[in-house]
Ligand binder design. Sequence first.
Ligand code: G6P
Ligand code: ZN
Length: 544
Amino acid sequence: MGIQVIPTTPFSDQKPGTSGLRKAVPVFQKPHYLENFIQAIFDTIGDPQGRPLVLGGDGRYFNAEAIQTILKMAAANGFSRVKVGQNGILSTPAASCVIRKYGAIGGIILSASHNPAGPQGDFGVKFNTANGGPAPEKVTNAIYERSCSLRQYTIYTAPDVSLHTLGEFPLGEMIVEVIDPVADYQALLESLFDFDCIHDAITGGRLSLIFDAMHAVTGPYAHQILETRLGAPRGTVQHGVPLPDFGGGHPDPNLVYAHDLVQQLFGDDPPVFGAASDGDGDRNMILGANCFVTPSDSLAILAANATLVPGYKEGLAGIARSMPTSQAADRVAATLGIDCYETPTGWKFFGNLLDAGKATLCGEESFGTGSNHVREKDGLWAVLFWLNILAIKQQSVADIVQSHWRTYGRNYYSRHDYEGIDSDRAHTLMTQLEQKLPQMVGQSFGAYTVAIADNFSYTDPVDHSVSTQQGLRLIFDDGSRIVYRLSGTGTQGSTLRVYLERFEPNPHHQHLDAQVALADLIELANQVANIQGLTGRDRPTVIT
Ligand code: G6P
Ligand code: ZN
């Protein structure tokens, strides 16, 4: 037993992406691979100054082994305390909550979000800073630079620490504190939402629900919060046992991957409410009986009803949405007389707005919703927000959505994904389209006249940093939009995302299928970018 210094050589591929370092499991299992990256993080943090480190993951394959390695390395690197979730479990939003609550120096979250898991699946390491949010680029760049010059790492040799029992256990000079992964997070949610009101609606039979944890991290959270605390019957939480391979599934809450749940909500005798979350618990999908709520509408509806919920009863400072997210939230912000910020895609762009108190609620079309209570998007938070609204309003989800449209108008919205296209062709498409944009301004295409055509760029209102080339936009004079982006998260070839949006103020025309309502724009989007000609695809692979 004792501290060992292990010589190593750098790996050249440890540059963290948008959500940390994400690789196939066998890559992380290479000798020294995980250790090198963890040492690079520790060297970048510097002296922990007695502040705890938070550690946990989504329970996927290799989670347990990685946690032991990281604990032993923390013990050898001068940490005095690591707060680790029982059995190595912490959802991404729960980790953010614990970091903030205990003034931690930061946290290491082991997850590859919704990517499939298992021996051949993906694994990931994310580092969050003291504000509870993902490390900003200057920190991840510093970690990467350190990883490129690393020659050794230190690790404490000792038997594995049992993480089954709550309590404090010594590891060398360090204390391993095994914490209940749910308790702090539940307390935070209880401070925001009216749990008694939701409890009464559920146990009084007025609010029936199903939650699909997709065999990923939210299982224990949902069992404890929805069933034990809020009184929903056993069986409300489906696929609630986290499995190392997520049961072979793809824990991404959308209409395609959460098909079991969708079938129940659109089947015979559906419950009032249904929801799902992803691998690490930060995404959400909201459904009602025979009703799917788009993430864009969900953000707008939460904002419009926020003052019904205790944690937001004083009103919102502002709303923020990513650029491709529909403008439904902007209409609510305008009515409330508050600002609506339009940021590039990626949760990290909300961090400054939240820290500066400029925005209270944030959302993205990619099934992410959250608020200033943590610095990550938060799946169960969105579920609780909806349950709180439903418990008070005692209406169906569909009624709430439709009455929202009657008041604010409906932003018909859809995303068409062309996955796995050849990267060169994808880039050619974007380049050719961008070159065409300037002369398109003022041109009319059927009912649509182009008002703005540009490549979106964002100046952060807090630190004034500029992010360019964040997506090609065609904005028409009636506010309709076509947006083109290449995905930043795909792994095979390129994924072209085309986002389509049209505003419909007339309540009599708000009940069309989105694909029908957007048919003209879809046709125009294909024509303008010559999608078929350049990609050889005559239809998208996924429509949401
Ligand atoms: C991750 C991020 C989200 C972002 C999404 C975009 O999930 O956490 O904040 O919206 O990626 O993915 P894309 O594939 O469209 O670049
Ligand atoms: Zn996630």
